[in-house]
Every structure is written in C-alpha cells, then in structure tokens.
Design a protein around this ligand. Structure first.
Ligand code: BDP
Length: 651
C-alpha cells in the first residue's frame, strides 16, 4: 500500500495531497447508498449534569453501566442542541464539568445478524471532550468540539439475540484548559470572605458563549465490512477541460476493484476510471463558480465510487457518491483568483448561534440564514471561530457561497497558550478540519486562528508550524490566520497567503469619532501592503447596535452609528478594492450570545440582523452595497438584477 502511494506521488506529483501527514482513516459524510443505511438519533435524550463538587460522581458511580435514570433524576434534552439554555435551572446555563447524555436504540435485525455489515456510531460534534459507552462498554473518546468522530461498533452489536437493543451513553466535559482548542483557564477564587470553599470560574478568551453538548446530529450508519474509507478530490483546469484527481482509500480488504464514474448534473457519464487513484478529464467542463460571479454558478458533478471486494463470505460491494465542483483557487500579490478570475469577498462573519438551541444545528435556521445571505448579496463567509456543521458547507457548495474555513483556534491570547502540547493539538485539529472539509468546492481557504497574540515570538513559531502543516495537508488551498496585531509587530503574517485584518476603528478606539476612520483605515491597508505585498481581506469591522436605538447625529449603539461607521469603512474599501484589498466581511451577520460582562447587553450586538434574524438599518445599506459590487464584478456576463433571486440561479 505504501509503495502504491509512493508511485501515485511520482505520477501525479503536486496534484495530490500530503495524505501521508494526515490522520489515519477518513471521515466521509454518512450518505445513504445501495450499500449504506443511516439511522438518525436526533430527538430526546436523557440528560444529567454532574453537580457533585469534584464533578466525578458519574465516574465513581459508573453511570454508564445502567440506564441513566437509575442513577438519579434526569432531564429530557433535545439533540442536536446546546444544553445551556434549555432548562430553567441557572446552574445548568453556567455549568462547567461533565454532563451525561443517554439514548436507547433498537437496531434493525439485519444490522445485528448480517456479519458482512459494519455498524458505525458517528457523533457530529461534542463540545469539548467526550467519552462514549455502548451498552456500558467504553467505545470512543474525542477531544475538541465542532468536529465529528466515530467508531465501528459492529462487535458490540453483533453478539447475540438481544443485541438489537443498544444503550448509548455519552459523557461530555466543556472545560477549557490551556491546551484545549480553544484554550481557557479554570480559576479558583480562594478569598473565603467573598467566595465559598472550592469556588471556581471558567475563563475564556473569546467573545462568544461557550455553548456545549451534543450540538450536531448523532447517527448510526452501515457499510459493508470492506468499504470505501476515504475519497480525496482535487480539481484543476487545462484549456477547456476540467481535471478531477481522485484518491480513494479502502479498508477491510486487500483484494478489491474500484470503479469511478463522474456524472454531470443530468446524470450523464462524462468520465470514468478505475483503481485507488487517477485523473478524470472532462472536456468542456462546467466549472463551479461562486454565485453572483457567474450566471451559472455552483455546478456540481457526482463522483460515483463502486468498490467490489472478494471476502471469505463472498463478494461485497460498497457505493459512495461524492459531489464534486471543478474549480481552481490561486493567490497573486494583489488578487484572489477563482477559476483564474479575480474574486472579491463581499460577505459576513457568522456564528452558529440562535435562541434557546444555542449552537444546536437546526434546518429552519440553516435555510433562513442562506436566504438572508442571498437577500444581502453576500457571496462569502468565514466560519468564525470554529468549523460549522457539514450541512452548512453542503449548502455553500450547492448555492455557490464561498467559505473561509476556520478552526477553533480562537482565544490564543496568553503567552502560555503557545506551548508544545497546544501546538501538537492545534495541528491535529487542522488535520481533522482538512480531513472533513477537503472535498468542498466552496471552501477556498483555511484559517488556522483568530486574533492570536501574534506579536509574541513564541506565537510566530507556533503559527508558522500550524500553517506549514496545513499547507502540507492541502497544497491546493491558501492558508491564513486572522490578525488584529500591528503590521510591524505581527510574527505570523510572513507565513500566510492572504492577510486577514480585523479592526474596530471608532468603536474600541476613538469612541464616537467616525471622522477618523478613513485616515486610520487607509494607514492600516497601506502599511500592511507595503510590508507584505499580499492580498488583504478586511476580515472584521463593525459596531455594537441595539435594534430600535436611534439618534441623529449618530451616537454609539444606535442604528445610525452602525450605518455611518460602515459607510466610512466603505469609502476606503472602495479605493483599495481595485488595488489589493480582495474582500470585506462584516462583523457580524447576526447578534449572538456571549458571556455576561458590562460591555455586552444580552450578548454581542454587532449583527446587521438581530439574533431573531430581523434586519437592522445597516442590513439595507449592506445589501445595496453588495449588489452594487456584484453588478460590477460579475464575470463574464455584466447584467445582474438586484432582485435576481426571483429567477433563482441556485437551482
Ligand atoms: C473581534 C473578535 C470577535 C469579537 C469582536 C467584537 O474576533 O470574536 O466578537 O472582536 O468585539 O476582535 O465584537
């Protein structure tokens, strides 16, 4: 196998990936196919937070051994959802430590009796550390929220007549430490005149509420025992042909054949191949374009992979279909190119945050947010400050919305966070992000961190290592991190492909002095460009705005102030975007929850939409601007209607 890989490298060279560096095993999105079934475990789970002083009672009493209700009182907890805002118990909202989830499941008989079936338990995300038991057996552990993990549980369910009943217990700890990502610290407050004995708080160094729990779907799925474990696709364009390079990993058999077929959107075969790696050529390929950039955006082919393996029980087949968008991404000194054409990011930063579900995945919210993005004319967003649910990226692929995919490297604010253990962990997290998201055409750049203390020498080395590692994992995409350091002090900027800058002029400095923005922003852009000659994205800017607050002339926190601040930024962005500024992402798409503090009024209010997804005045301003830019930058067809959603280009 290793030899086969080496040959593939020699033949396909840089077109393929640095898979040797990556984690073992794939993390394909569980899709149904003629050989694969899915059983979703969304709904009500039993739930119990361990309020004991040391938070370890659940382990001491082995709550995983019996139904959770036998351990004491449980709550109904919806999955997916954060647990924090569901109950009326304030202690749960602020809980730090272990919480326990449990769900009983009945499996189809075939899953437990057919030994050529493999049963997998997959958890979409569990923030931040999870231990999983199946029927009381320790099965799986995972560190880090926002990313999926899974285990083959066949040997636990294929053991006898009663095996169709399954009890899944998941203990989740939301504690953040100096070596988790994001990092945090636990502070014990020992002044007994003020605090009870053993009192502690969780300190975080980021500006969003540390929602936790089973925030994405949990599911069971099957594959045959010989199965397609991973597929990696990269694409390029040669004259008018699209090239699709594939690499497939198979597990469970050494004696197999692979057939690969590329189908167009009408299900017509356009190219085919065999074997674990190869290149498919598509003459006259339709490219995947961002929407608004092209009249026919987001074109997706399907890569159908069929595995036939010879097993002792007889031949086994596995099928997996992967959506593929053919597109290229490149960066020059002053441009970000998609399919060889300059692309300007006019979009937003988001959070996976809404209402009582916290960061819980929710289909209505997903569709509403995408409708708002299109209403706004936003062509891109950054997954600030952690990888979003896979279903979000699938929507981006289908709609043509471009993504800067950010890992949870947020809050790297203290010198002690740049240590070797954290670095190893950060690199592993990037492996997990790339492994999960590598095949999405919508993902055009990786962001390894947000606002690390990048003026520190230790941060320079740390960022260099994480960026280099990410580039080795995926040479096909640019890599960045988002900085708020000064251009002269930043130690990480030399290693990025695109400079991403956050600045809050006339908000966190020179309060109320909107007249200073143009000068300060111009200086910011010019200093950075002069130093690095790399394209720049204004990756955050904005103002806290409480919907319904009005004042003219504008004062801070009013809708007028938010609008005026944006307008001042836009003057300079318009001057620079024809030169080397390649994007602007407002902070934020919608209001979101934070920890309580005297500077946050029920959360961060810099959204242009409220947390309930209603527009503030600035949303209309932004909408006019984004559609205007879209009309100016559309390629190659020039006529765009601001209401072009009526003739939806997205279907
Ligand atoms: C930026 C952070 C972002 C915050 C924002 C703010 O990247 O997470 O929410 O400031 O203060 O520095 O609103």
């Amino acid at each position: 196998m290793a030899r086969g890989l080496a040959v593939a490298w020699a033949v396909l060279g840089p077109l393929l990936w640095g898979c040797a560096l990556a984690l073992q095993g794939g993390m394909l999105y569980p899709r149904e196919s003629p050989s694969r079934e899915r059983k979703e475990l969304d709904g009500l789970w039993s739930f119990r937070a361990d309020f004991s002083d040391n938070r370890r009672r659940g382990f001491e009493e082995q709550w995983y051994r019996r139904p959770l209700r036998e351990s004491g009182p449980t709550l109904d907890m919806p999955v997916p959802s954060s647990f924090n805002d569901i109950s009326q118990d304030w202690r749960l909202r602020h809980f730090v430590g272990w919480v326990w989830y449990e769900r009983e499941v009945i499996l189809p008989e075939r899953w437990t009796q057919d030994l050529s079936t493999r049963v997998v338990l997959r958890i979409g995300s569990a923030h931040a550390y999870a231990i999983v038991w199946v029927n009381g057996v320790d099965t799986l552990e995972h560190e880090g929220g926002y990313l999926p993990f899974e285990a083959d549980i066949s040997n636990l369910v294929q053991v006898g007549p009663l095996s169709s009943q399954l009890r899944i217990t998941i203990a989740i700890n939301n504690t953040l430490t100096p070596t988790t990502l994001p990092p945090g610290t636990i502070q014990y407050l020992t002044d007994t005149s003020k605090y009870p004995k053993g009192y502690f708080v969780q300190n975080t160094y980021f500006d969003f509420f540390n929602y936790a729990g089973l925030q994405r779907s949990v599911l069971l799925y099957t594959t045959p025992t010989a199965y397609i474990d991973d597929i990696t696709v990269t694409t390029s364009v040669e004259h008018d042909s699209g090239l699709v390079n594939y690499q497939i990993s198979v597990k469970g058999s050494n004696l197999f054949e692979l057939e690969v077929r590329l189908l167009d959107a009408e299900n017509k075969l356009v190219a085919n191949g065999t074997g674990t790696q190869g290149q498919l050529k598509v003459p006259g390929a339709r490219l995947w374009w961002p929407y608004l950039m092209h009249e026919r955006p987001a074109y997706l082919y399907s890569l159908e992979v069929r595995l036939t393996a010879q097993m002792s029980l007889g031949p086994v087949s596995d099928f997996y279909t992967l959506p593929v968008g053919i597109r290229t991404v490149a960066v020059t000194e002053s441009q970000f190119l998609i399919n060889g054409k300059p692309f300007y990011f006019h979009g937003v930063n988001k959070h996976e945050d809404a209402d009582i579900r916290g960061k819980g995945f929710d289909w209505p919210l997903l569709v509403k947010d995408f409708n708002l993005l299109r209403w706004l004319g936003a062509n891109a967003f950054r997954t600030s400050h952690y990888p979003y649910a896979e279903e979000v990226l699938q929507m981006c692929d289908r709609y043509g919305i471009v993504v800067i995919d950010e890992c949870p490297g947020v809050g790297l604010a203290l010198p002690q966070f740049f240590n070797n253990v954290s670095l190893q962990n950060h690199m592993r997290v990037m492996e997990e992000v790339v492994r999960r998201d590598k095949n999405h055409p919508a993902v055009v750049m990786w962001s390894v961190a947000n606002e690390p203390a990048s003026h520190l020498e230790s941060a320079g080395y740390y960022l260099k290592m994480v960026i280099t590692h990410t580039k080795a994992l995926d040479p096909s995409r640019p890599v960045t991190f988002v900085t708020n350091s000064n251009y002269a002090a930043d130690k990480g900027a030399p290693y990025v492909d695109v400079i991403c800058l956050n600045s809050y002029y006339s908000w966190y400095h020179d309060y109320g002095h909107l007249e200073l923005i143009q000068q300060q922003l111009t200086t910011q852009f010019e200093s950075w460009y002069k130093t690095y000659q790399k394209p720049i994205i204004q990756s955050e800017y904005g103002a806290e705005t409480i919907v319904g607050f009005h004042q003219d002339p504008p004062l801070m926190f009013t809708e007028e102030y938010q609008k005026s601040l944006l307008e001042q930024y836009h003057v300079v962005l318009d001057q620079k975007r024809r030169k080397y500024v390649v994007g602007e992402l407002i902070w934020n798409f919608a209001d979101f929850m934070t920890e309580q503090s005297p500077t946050r009024v029920l959360g961060n209010k810099k959204g242009v939409f409220t947390r309930q997804r209603q527009p503030k005045s600035a949303a209309f301003l932004l909408r006019e601007r984004y559609w205007k830019i879209a009309n100016e930058t559309r390629y190659p067809y020039s006529i765009a209607k601001s209401q072009c959603l009526e003739n939806s280009p997205f279907t």
